[in-house]
Design a binder for this molecule. Structure first.
Ligand SMILES: Cc1cc2nc3c(=O)[nH]c(=O)nc-3n(C[C@H](O)[C@H](O)[C@H](O)COP(=O)(O)OP(=O)(O)OC[C@H]3O[C@@H](n4cnc5c(N)ncnc54)[C@H](O)[C@@H]3O)c2cc1C
Length: 373
């Protein structure tokens, strides 16, 4: 029997950022498995925002958790580069959400005021504000705004990364620090043993560990089902479109349009409850394209070359799930949306909680059981 101190199932952004934190804390032999089916493109197919604005409008703890995570990003990216050699291309020039029409502008203004209060109640700042059309236009001098844009919600303290290099950096740093990573290897079963250890079964043999972290995205439901636990997640498809490379003109992301460092525009903000179906649809493409062109009419003049769909791991209140199983105290389940934004807290606060070193007070708020009412 192969042995490990801690096993992490799932090498997406959620599992890999947590595994990195665990190995940084010097937790002994740490092994991470990732089955890598072609349909599992979530950590490669996302928009790459490191973003707190608008998150947690109905969930104040999540709003603060997201804000805290974004404050950690600049240092996090620098350390990842040191540990992995990968530059995750963090651009920290701010981010905006444009408003179409006066009614939307007003609704955004109310949302900013509400979330400012939510964060200040916890001693956190919420550096977002409304900018009118004229100011918004002056922030993007090289692109013309569409006629219906009335302004935007803006924060200077958020940004975006390259999700592909982020994933590579997390997995690389984990291995450089002594972690063992098995890509293309699926965990078929989990068996808690009477002596407190856990057996993890794979096609290449069984592993025994003292602690197990299940971070397998939608694959977690099956694994937890074997342990009698129901994970409160559901699939939500998002579709994205990319354009050809053009001269860089947009230096900070707008929620539905960003320009990557190599010049392509990424476009998309669709949300559909579609089960596990990653295909793209004409309807979503049309609606995303027309929204993007309403913001920046010039986008209609360049070639849009590729599109894909990916399936979010969504929870009923949008916040993440961090759960220590009641029946198996050495098994942890972590799941949810926005793992790019939350990667720094997964590496620090969540890894520390799993190792029972320190428990951030927010963590208990994110239990799986909060939905069992
Ligand atoms: C269109 C879109 C845009 C998004 N934009 C953003 C954004 O801008 N910012 C942001 O923060 N988030 C964004 N997200 C969310 C983000 O992509 C996810 O939160 C992130 O990828 C984390 O995924 P994960 O690790 O939980 O799941 P996954 O990436 O699915 O990883 C789970 C891994 O578990 C493995 N696995 C499953 N079962 C097993 C098993 N039995 N044995 C071994 N391995 C197994 C799979 O191979 C998989 O690699 C977006 C998502 C979508 C769809």
């Amino acid at each position: 029997m192969n042995k490990a101190d801690i096993i992490v199932i799932g090498g997406g952004i959620m599992g890999a950022s947590t595994a990195l934190g665990i190995i940084r804390e010097g937790a002994g032999k740490v092994v991470m498995f990732d089955e890598q089916l072609p349909t599992q493109r979530l950590s490669r197919g996302n928009f790459g925002l490191t973003w707190f604005m608008c998150k947690g409008a109905n969930n104040p703890v999540y709003a603060r958790w997201s804000r805290m995570a974004t404050t950690m990003w600049p240092e996090y990216a620098a350390k990842l580069k040191e540990e992995s050699g990968y530059d995750v291309e963090l651009e920290w020039n701010g981010g905006a959400l444009h408003a179409i029409g006066d009614e939307q502008f007003q609704a955004y203004a109310e949302s900013v005021a509400n979330l400012k209060k939510v964060c200040s109640d916890d001693g956190l700042d919420y550096p977002a504000r409304m900018v009118d059309r004229e100011e918004f236009a002056s922030m993007i001098p090289d692109m013309k705004l569409g006629d219906e844009v009335t302004g935007a919600m803006y924060s200077p303290e958020q940004g975006h990364v390259n999700p592909l290099t982020l994933l590579a950096a997390l997995r690389g740093a984990f291995q450089n620090k002594g972690g063992t990573y098995f890509g293309g290897l699926s965990v078929s079963a989990i068996e808690p043993n009477g002596d407190g250890t856990i057996t993890v079964k794979t096609a290449k043999g069984n592993y025994q560990c003292n602690k197990l972290v299940i971070a397998a995205g939608h694959g977690s439901s099956r694994l937890l089902g074997h342990l009698g636990s129901k994970l409160n997640i559901y699939p939500q498809r998002g579709q994205l479109i990319v354009t050809e490379r053009v001269k860089r003109v947009l230096r900070f992301p707008i929620l539905a349009v960003r320009q990557t460092m190599d010049g392509t525009f990424m476009i998309g903000l669709s949300t559909e409850d579609t089960a596990h179906d990653t295909q793209v649809t004409i309807e979503a493409m049309k609606s995303q394209a027309s929204n993007a062109i309403k913001l920046f009419p010039e986008l209609a003049k360049i070639n849009w070359v590729r599109a894909w769909g990916a399936i979010r791991v969504m929870t009923p209140d949008g916040g993440p799930i961090y759960e220590r199983l009641a029946e198996h105290k050495n098994i942890y389940s972590i799941a949810g949306h926005s793992a790019v934004t939350l990667a720094p807290v997964l590496t620090k606060q969540i890894a520390s909680w799993i190792l029972e070193k320190e428990e951030a007070p927010q963590i208990s708020h994110f239990s799986n059981g909060r939905f069992n009412v």
